[in-house]
Design a protein around this ligand. Structure first.
Ligand code: SIN
Ligand code: FE2
Length: 218
């Protein structure tokens, strides 16, 4: 066995901490230490608030299926994009933010240079093969001094991270199971998106990618 074989499962590709833009940091494999807890908590959230395809204000059904946990959740329908403390599908509050989710988000934010981040919302996105998210800004939150923490699980995806204008050139980076991206400060309102998911089979999540986006929304 070569050294490369010995470290094949342990070593993430590339450096552990990568700057994508001013204030935007990729922490490769950061969620893997809490993988079992995170996946169990994810199952419980999805059992209480199942994934659904929401509709944009323009009337388009999103290819990404979504749910939320936390004090408030991001929703979209014909009336617009907003945060709502109630799941419109059930009329009940969103499931609580699991302790393992909060700890992961706060720890990643601190490592990226944003100490004291305490999320109150987690948007859970599920991408089936072909699902994509076009370039957008996260701007429905109240305080843009708070960063965004984004956790990738399951199949790898190509993440685009651009600049303050939609037309700015966007870099493309592959995000794999356990990778965490944190953006704030100068890049808090930078455009980002996800290219159409390539088909594949992930050992834990099957033919899907799941992304957890942590925000301080209120
Ligand atoms: C998002 O921008 O809401 C999700 C990004 C991702 O899925 O990586
Ligand atoms: Fe986003």
């Amino acid at each position: 066995m070569t050294t490369a074989d010995l470290f094949a499962d342990a070593a993430p590709a590339g450096p552990a901490r990568e700057e994508l833009a001013p204030g935007a940091v990729l922490l490769r494999g950061h969620a893997l230490a809490r993988e079992a807890e995170i996946l169990a908590a994810l199952d419980a959230v999805v059992a209480a608030a199942p994934f659904r395809h929401m509709v944009t204000p323009g009337g388009f059904r999103m290819s990404v299926a979504m749910t939320n946990c936390g004090r408030t959740g991001w929703v979209t329908d014909r009336k617009g994009y907003r945060y709502d403390s109630v799941d419109p599908s059930s009329g009940k509050p969103w499931p609580d933010l699991p302790a393992s989710f909060s700890a992961l988000a706060s720890g990643a934010a601190a490592q990226a240079g944003y100490p004291g981040f305490v999320p109150d919302a987690c948007l859970v996105n599920r991408y089936a093969p072909g699902a994509r998210l076009s370039l957008h800004q996260d701007k429905d939150e109240r305080d843009f001094a708070q960063p965004i923490v984004s956790v990738s699980l399951g199949l790898p995806a190509t993440f685009q991270f651009g600049g303050p204008r939609r037309g700015d050139k966007a870099l493309r980076v592959t995000l794999a199971h356990g990778d965490v991206v944190v953006w704030g400060g100068t890049s808090r309102l930078y455009y980002h998106g996800v290219l159409a998911l390539k088909d594949g089979e992930h050992a834990r999540l099957g033919r899907a990618r799941v992304n957890l986006t942590f925000r301080r929304a209120l």
